[in-house]
Design a protein around this ligand. Sequence first.
Ligand code: PMV
Length: 352
Amino acid sequence: MTTQEFLGKQNFTIHTQIVSDSCPSNIALIKYWGKYENQIPANPSISYTLNHCKTNTSMEFLADEPFSVQTFLAGNEEVKFAEKIEKYFKNIEEYLPWILKGKYIIRTENTFPHSSGIASSASGFGAIAKCLMKLDGIFSNELSEEESLRKASFLARLGSGSACRSLYNGLVVWGTSDEVEGSSDLFAVQYPDAEIHDIFKNFNDWVLLIHEGQKSVSSTVGHGLMNTNPYAERRFQEARENFVPMKEILKNGDMERFIKLVEHEALTLHAMMMMSDPAFILMKTGTMEVINKVWDFRREAGLPLFFTLDAGANVHLLFPNNGSEDQIKTFIETELLQHTQKNGVVKDVMTF
Ligand code: PMV
């Protein structure tokens, strides 16, 4: 599907309507960091969609009122968020020609703490895009369920790049890769189930809340810094190349190589930030303590506990449900929780 195929139809009938939907967050294994104009990623990425960390959104559309957006996050009015959504809606009008023909009241809540650093922009824009496609289904289009989901992913991407991966369950790829059939820079696709070893279909992601504040660098600024980073091109190439081993690993269930690749990706993202101008160190002392303890534990216990990081200090602890999870959970509770700010941990799973 090309951008052309997402253009909206001009014949539509609008009326006042309320729709609601929810969308989970996701955590990248091969990271997206760096983009071109119109939210085109500089390299392909692959992520796990979480099961529990979600945004629930209701969207009230008041037809024929002047275009405006009002947003409420967990019951509190959020003017800044409304401004962002207004800009976003104007930006996607060519794909949904009815979108500016009414007033919106959007109520949204996350099932995870706001300050947790779990990507609420991914689940948030995912849920908004799903609501928009519900309205679009009512007002105008005759898309199939599959096409509608694809268009939701396309629209979510224009709100927040990584959000486009949240529309699908399991392992999800965004960005053109020779290794993944049907992959695209414009929307995400589900990684084929038949190509995934069972060990990767039942995984835990426990997020340690090392630092519950505002991130020191927004993802917009972070992506922008890649434009002048002298290592950027090499990094984009590496991410593209990492799809070759990732494909083999996912197929044959090689946990050791999986761990090595996923941790390398996380550390590379942070290294890129350290080598930017201006430089950012996104890890805190607690992040380092946890990483070192995870490495010691793996060496000593030989169990598959490992980490990934977003563009922040919190640590996503990954481990499969393969019989060793109880021992790993005890280790996390007794040894790692002490490095969080307030014993903060969000326990999620990825099962599919
Ligand atoms: O979707 P954005 O623009 O918030 O970027 C998110 C980038 C990372 O979360 C750091 C990596 C990724 O691929 O999700």
